[in-house]
Ligand binder design. Structure first.
Ligand SMILES: Nc1nc2c(c(=O)[nH]1)N[C@H]1C(S)=C(S)[C@@H](COP(=O)(O)OP(=O)(O)OC[C@H]3O[C@@H](n4cnc5c(=O)[nH]c(N)nc54)[C@H](O)[C@@H]3O)O[C@H]1N2
Ligand SMILES: Nc1nc2c(c(=O)[nH]1)N[C@H]1C(S)=C(S)[C@@H](COP(=O)(O)OP(=O)(O)OC[C@H]3O[C@@H](n4cnc5c(=O)[nH]c(N)nc54)[C@H](O)[C@@H]3O)O[C@H]1N2
Ligand code: SF4
Ligand SMILES: [Mo]
Length: 745
């Protein structure tokens, strides 16, 4: 019988609602779920193809151990025993700093972090790495300074804006906003709304823009400085807003006053000055919002560019307001506060790098493994990410994995990372378990969806990632023996469980710190899911703003609150609005006076130092590598490294390198022939695709190539062409500006 089950897509951070028709425990058909209050039926071709990510020939069904050049099946008992013993031995011999955990950044499910981080901390380490720190470090750092504390992030609110600026963001292909294509179509159809695209090339989004600022690659700093100067020059700044909501502008203003905007725009950015003035007017004088993305995040000057984007928003009154840049409502913050000015904040031993929102950057992990310092990383747990394809410098990562004394990979597939790991532990896929992500961005209402399993686990031996990490914690003796009544209490309901837990902690206050683990163990047992128990834990520990917001939605505020909300979550597999945040968005700031702290001391000098002349000089291309490789377009034929089976793109051309027509003529290349691309890191041969989507002087390779499926490798792995040194001061990779040369074969 046909049965449609509700779930969500796990292939990008939008997590669009999906309905799946399941037959014989296989996903047969997929459609957008109209009942999902945020995505409202929207989904893209990736979501429609999600069955390939779940049902594929590379699924892992049991624990495996590396023996020589291959892996062999072992039992769970052996796996947990050997790994935990090895970990304790490494800690005994080398101390806590030998451990790192990399995970929790997946766009599908993140409850694992609740246990993964505690496992790391129980071992005494804070070296938590996640993909968040290979794109967002700069903006999260700036967000932290401006808000007075790290942990909350800001986001654009384009659905309620009239002018939307896509700055280094190709939304038509990458989404990154709810219902992106619908949004772009709505703007096109409405003469009062406009789309401005700042992108060197004619991207699919730029093609649909009212104004396309096709700037010379890497010149965003000069464009931003020019726009701020143009605003001042025309007195377009919002003085009343600045007065009421912004601190520090007085000291910043002089940095822009004498800037030669016209010369910067024409000589550095190679743009039409009148067009830039018009775009700036729309940003300043209409209900505007700016969505910046990888064109900014993974590019030169990312820190000051993100800073100037916030300055632009602040002085035009577009910060903490509807349709501008906002703090989303939250059940739990995106991360912790790991301010590097605090001497207690851990740093890495090789690069002395600090975490941002508690997260260390994957670009430097190979270096942190491959060094002689007594405290270098020796043991790594990787979960739900694929560093051997996703993070820069695959060749360095390969060496690093070889040097590790212990590598453990929690996966659903025989990924490139799994292939090099000492142990592979089989996870349930996101369609086989309960989970959620922290990408429930909305304001003032808080959207929440706990995905429910649509399939019976494909293997009896697979487990939730969090459950696996809990097994390791127990095997290492980090969890005390717990009374039977705690295991049983959850069967009588959450309120009854929380009562029992309260009594237990009263008698055993020494265990207060590990309450979430005790819940994972005992409530997880009663509910049959560690992840569900962790979600209950989040509700228990939720912020005051959330609790007030939940009360505003009609939830009880007494001891039955958690159970009532949790039951409602269970009853809404399509997701629901859980809380309505009260007061205005400025309330979310962590500054004492609830004003935007616009002056960032450390960035004043770099801002001053970025002049027209200094920029012209540093934009000069190295003679040996006269072109720019855009390493990793997030194109509609890519789903990061989640779709290993190339079948889903079978009628499409995707394993190519985009080249501009003039460059192709100059290099003597024809469409379809193979060319060689050479970078400092390596070289590769790849099919040329002459494309109007490529800017002159740039070539583009799609992200997610070089995956091995069923023993065969498809496409070029672009991270082999990137060196870990191609990174900025926050250790984010410079994937949008890898110097290269292209040769005819
Ligand atoms: N279909 C699909 N969608 C995805 C993903 C996927 O794999 N496939 N992955 C998801 C993930 S994890 C992410 S982070 C997002 C990324 O989403 P995007 O950031 O939209 O992805 P990119 O393809 O890198 O697009 C960045 C744009 O920046 C432009 N750019 C390059 N250099 C410069 C420059 O110097 N200045 C400016 N202003 N722009 C420049 C590029 O031409 C490009 O059009 O996509 C998400 N969505
Ligand atoms: N050169 C270059 N590199 C890039 C980029 C680029 O633009 N250029 N983009 C970067 C960006 S923005 C991002 S976000 C990263 C993403 O890179 P990663 O953080 O590695 O994320 P994914 O590629 O999504 O990897 C997901 C892994 O999790 C596994 N997985 C899928 N579902 C499940 C599950 O249910 N359980 C478990 N345990 N595992 C599962 C998949 O098999 C896969 O191996 O890539 C980055 N890499
Ligand atoms: S936009 Fe993202 S979440 Fe939505 S269907 Fe496409 S890949 Fe999935
Ligand atoms: Mo990403």
């Amino acid at each position: 019988m046909e049965e449609w089950k509700k779930s969500s897509c796990t292939l990008c951070a939008q997590n669009c609602g999906l309905e799946m028709m399941v037959e014989d425990n296989r996903i047969k058909k997929v459609r957008g779920d109209k009942d999902n209050p945020r995505s409202q039926g929207y989904c893209c071709r990736k979501g429609l193809s999600i069955a390939h990510a779940i049902h594929n020939a590379d699924r892992i069904h049991y624990p495996m151990k590396k023996l020589g050049d291959h892996h062999e099946r072992i039992s769970w008992e052996q796996a947990i025993k050997e790994i935990s013993e090895k970990m304790l031995a490494i800690r005994e011999q080398h101390g806590s700093k030998a451990f790192a955990y990399m995970g929790g950044g997946s766009s599908g499910g993140q409850m694992e972090v609740g246990v993964g981080l505690r496992l790391l901390n129980l071992l005494g380490s804070r070296y938590y790495y996640s993909p968040l720190a290979q794109e967002f470090s700069n903006v999260y750092w700036v967000d932290g300074r401006i808000a007075g504390k790290q942990g909350l992030i800001t986001l654009p609110d384009p659905h309620r804006a009239d002018t939307i600026v896509a700055w280094g963001w190709n939304g038509w292909m990458s989404h990154q906003e709810p219902r992106t294509r619908e949004l772009i179509k709505e703007i096109k159809a409405n003469p009062n709304r406009r789309l401005i695209v700042v992108d060197p090339r004619l991207s699919e989004t730029a093609e649909r823009a009212d104004i396309h600022l096709a700037l010379r690659p890497g010149t965003d700093t000069m464009l931003l400085k020019a726009m701020i100067q143009i605003i001042l020059n025309n007195r377009w700044e919002d003085r009343a807003f600045i007065q009421e909501h912004v601190n520090g502008w007085d000291e910043l203003e002089p940095l822009f006053e004498d800037f030669d905007a016209k010369r910067a725009v024409e000589e550095v950015c190679a743009l039409d000055y009148a067009l830039v003035i018009e775009a700036t007017r729309l940003i300043a004088q209409t209900k505007s919002c700016i969505h910046q993305d990888l064109g900014i995040y993974m590019n030169r000057n990312s820190t000051i560019n993100n800073y100037m984007l916030h300055i632009l928003r602040s002085i035009t009154g577009r910060f903490c307001v509807e349709g501008g840049q906002m703090y989303p409502a939250f059940l739990f913050p995106m991360g912790g506060d790991s301010d590097e000015r605090n001497p207690k904040t851990w740093r890495t031993v090789k690069h002395n790098m600090f975490p941002i929102m508690g997260v260390f950057p994957p670009a430097i992990l190979p270096d942190e493994i491959l060094n002689d310092h007594p405290d270098h990383i020796r043991a790594l747990i990787v979960s739900s990410c694929n560093p051997l394809r996703s993070y820069p410098d695959t060749l360095a990562y390969e060496k690093a994995f070889e040097a590790l004394e212990l590598s453990v990979c929690l996966e659903i597939n025989y990924s490139e990372t799994a292939r090099l790991s000492d142990y592979i532990l089989p996870c349930r896929s996101y369609m086989e378990m309960y989970d959620t992500t922290c990408f429930n961005f909305s304001y003032p209402e808080l959207f929440f969806q706990m995905r429910q399993p649509v399939l019976v686990p494909l293997s009896d031996e697979s487990k939730e990632n969090a459950a696996i990490m809990l097994e390791l914690i127990k095997a290492m003796g980090f969890l005390p023996e717990l009374p039977g009544y705690l295991y049983e209490a959850g069967k009588k309901g959450i309120t009854s469980y929380l009562g029992a837990m309260g009594a237990f902690i009263n008698e055993n206050p020494q265990h207060l710190k590990i309450v979430p683990l005790i819940m994972a163990e005992t409530l997880g047992y009663a509910l049959g899911s560690v992840n569900q128990a962790l979600i209950v834990g989040l509700l228990v520990g939720s912020s005051k703003a959330f609790k007030v917001g939940a009360a505003a939605m009609g939830y009880p505020t007494d001891q039955t609150m958690v159970e009532t909300i949790f039951n409602d979550i269970l009853a809404h597999p399509q997701g629901l609005m859980l809380a309505k945040f009260q007061g205005d968005n400025f309330n979310m700031l962590r500054t004492e006076d609830k004003k935007i702290a616009l002056k960032i001391e450390e960035l004043l000098e770099p801002l001053k130092a970025a002049t027209i002349n200094s920029e012209l000089e540093s934009l000069t291309m190295p003679a040996k590598y006269p072109m720019i490789l855009h390493s990793g377009l997030h194109h509609e034929t890519v789903a990061n490294t989640n779709m290993r089976n190339p079948e889903w793109n079978k009628s499409r051309r995707w394993a190519t390198m985009l080249v501009n027509e003039a460059d192709a003529v100059r290099l003597g290349l024809t469409d379809g022939e193979k060319a060689r691309i050479v970078t400092k890191a390596s070289s590769a041969e790849i099919e040329v695709e002459i494309s109007p989507r490529a800017a002159a002087g740039c070539v583009y390779i799609r992200h997610g190539g070089g995956l091995i499926y069923d023993g065969k490798k498809y496409g070029v792995n672009v991270n082999e062409l990137v060196k870990s040194t191609d990174r900025d001061e926050m250790c984010t990779p410079m994937h949008r500006r890898i110097y290269c040369r292209v040769e005819k074969l």
